[in-house]
Ligand binder design. Structure first.
Ligand code: G6P
Ligand code: ZN
Length: 578
């Protein structure tokens, strides 16, 4: 018996497991540790670094220092992707949170909480914010990576003013304040009361599932998933969605348990690299290219915010996925039944979504890489669905990208399109949906080449060279067979708050709509990762079945010539192609 339940008035009640009198706070001297600069995806380092003396405590203390009085008396969430060191970290965080005056912390059972589920929790219970322990798709374990990020009150990744303030505090921190709490048992649901401070261990799935039920038609999905002629394979990659796939896909929707692969979250993700793409989700890819392929194959990453969608021998690029979901959302997903407020994509993401917006008469926004840019649009009611080429797709039900949401969105499209197809009849497949979409909107062929671990100096020199080329490429300039429409460095002015983000990628846009984009990754942990994004549009249906690498061959060649990438970086080939 868990003792955990939600009542209809909107308050959480649970059985009391432990009560202690007031706790005392101990002040411990500390010294600043270099390099605790937090990006929007939080702080990511080797696990061993985080396990070093006061490393985690310093950052957590700096976070609470930066939140100041605002966080006193408030409730926050805490959980993570199941990786090594999370459970230990929880105990340290609770002690510092209590000493900082936090009133209550909701912790996921076994320290589990997927990033999108945490965003949902914040919004559902009007939490002040939450801490998520994850290094996303980076491998986990004592020799691998650990990470932590803070999400704020509308469920969005912390804004820069907070991450900058945290960094500021890490640079002159001199003391840590710990409440002397006993270790909290994370394996059982219930509330622990320590004086004025409470810890409630909660089911990490319940609120997220409740939200998904508001978004999707679970009856339609259940009926569809139970069809004997339809199959789904979901690969949790031994990461956090393993804790969600069972309750959601199997218990709530009736999928056979065998349709979940690698469904147990493991501290080292089974030694894998939990990033759902054609390279790292190779088990699922092999299956989908075999004759045992499922009608819908899908995978999610370490913390559950990324996704990959596959049909039988068919890959839906993330750029197409967001466009295809947007095109079908109103018809197939109840949450969108009164239409979309607008759509958005990151700059390097292909313009497939723009084509949908144009035909449907929707506002369409192009933002820099980084999920945080979508949040403002959503808060202002300007955007319902958005996505990025980096395997992120989502909507305004939360303020993070959402892996399982994307899977249920695709399942909803399939279910709706097959609703009148008799069992055993000619099914509408993932591939059919893509081909129909391209016939209607045209196809934006897209590919990304990554050059990982390039020397920073070399990468910067190449960027300088590209700036020169752009300066000398006014509209009308011929580059190979392509005519330049604009060549510039992407800069974004947020339409809501007017803030400006500059130097967000170098782009060559040609008169036929093709694009070549260069960017340096903002998430790498060592050296530089050069990303080359290539896009070419075709409205000619006879080309739509072409392999993207083949269709893009000439423009990729041009991109390599223009940038002199090999000369600058010494790389003949990319490390990853998506
Ligand atoms: C994270 C962010 C995304 C971003 C991706 C790639 O997943 O949440 O918004 O698109 O990283 O970023 P990068 O700077 O490495 O290209
Ligand atoms: Zn992630």
């Amino acid at each position: 018996g868990s003792g955990y339940r939600t009542n209809l008035c909107g308050s959480i009640t649970a059985s009391a497991l432990a009560t202690t009198q007031e706790f005392t706070v101990t002040t411990v001297p500390t010294q600043p540790i270099e390099g605790q600069k937090t990006g929007t995806s939080g702080l990511r380092k080797k696990t061993k670094v985080f396990m070093g003396e006061n490393y985690l405590a310093n950052w957590i203390q700096a976070l609470f220092n930066s939140l100041g009085d605002e966080v006193k008396g408030k409730t926050i969430g805490l959980g993570g992707d199941g990786r090594y060191f999370n459970k230990e970290a929880v105990q340290t965080i609770l002690k510092i949170a209590a000493a900082a005056g936090v009133k209550k912390v909701f912790v996921g059972r076994d320290a589990i909480f997927a990033t999108p589920a945490m965003s949902a929790l914040i919004r559902r219970w009007s939490l002040y914010g939450a801490l998520i322990m994850s290094a996303s798709h980076n491998p986990g374990g004592p020799e691998e990576d650990w990470g932590i990020k803070f999400n704020y009150s509308s469920g969005e990744p912390a804004p820069e003013r907070i991450t900058d303030a945290i960094y500021g505090f890490t640079k002159d921190i001199s003391e840590l304040k710990f409440a002397d709490l006993p270790a909290t048992d994370l394996s059982q649901l219930g509330t622990h009361t320590y004086g004025d401070f409470q810890v409630e261990v909660i089911d990490p799935v319940q609120d997220y599932l409740a939200l998904l039920k508001e978004v999707f038609d679970f009856d339609l999905l259940r009926e569809f998933i139970r069809r004997p002629d339809f199959s789904v394979e979901f690969d949790a990659m031994h990461a956090v969605t393993g804790a969600y796939a069972g309750p959601i896909l199997v218990d709530a929707l009736g999928a056979p348990a065998s349709s979940i692969r690698n469904g147990t979250p493991l501290e080292d993700f089974g030694g894998g690299h939990p990033d759902p793409n054609l390279t790292y989700a190779h088990d699922l890819v092999d299956l989908q290219w075999s004759d045992r392929a499922a009608d819908l194959g899908a995978a999610s990453d370490g913390d559950g915010d990324r996704n990959m969608i596959l049909g039988k021998k068919f890959f839906i690029t993330p750029s197409d996925s967001v466009a295809m979901i947007a095109a079908n959302a109103q018809e197939c997903i109840p949450y969108f039944k009164s239409g979309l407020k607008g759509v958005a994509r990151s700059m390097p993401t292909s313009g497939a979504t723009d084509r949908v917006a144009e035909q449907l008469g929707l506002k369409c926004f192009e933002v820099p890489t980084g999920w945080k840019f979508f949040g403002n649009l959503m808060d202002a009611g300007l955007c319902s669905i958005c996505g990025e080429e980096s395997f992120g797709t989502g909507a305004d039900h939360i303020r993070e990208k959402d892996g399982l949401w994307a899977v249920l969105a695709w399942m909803s499209i399939l279910a709706y399109k097959n609703r009148d197809v008799p069992i055993g009849g000619e099914k509408v497949t993932v591939e059919d949906i893509a081909m129909e979409h391209w016939a209607k909107f045209g196809r934006n062929f897209f590919s990304r080449y990554d050059y990982e671990g390039v020397e920073s100096d070399a990468a910067n020199k190449m960027v300088e060279h590209l700036r020169d080329v752009m300066a000398n490429s006014p509209p009308g300039t011929k580059l190979g067979d392509y005519e330049v429409q604009t060549a510039n460095e992407f800069s974004y002015t947020d339409p809501v708050d007017g803030s400006v983000a500059s130097k967000q990628g170098l782009r060559f846009v040609f008169t036929d709509g093709s694009r070549i984009i260069f960017r340096l990754s903002g998430t790498g942990s060592s050296g530089a990762t050069v990303r080359l994004y290539i896009e070419q549009y075709s409205s000619d249906v006879s080309t739509h079945k072409m392999d993207a690498q083949e269709a893009l061959g000439p423009i990729i060649k041009l991109a390599l010539e223009v940038s002199q990438l090999t000369k600058f970086t010494g790389r003949e080939k990319p490390t990853v192609i998506t």
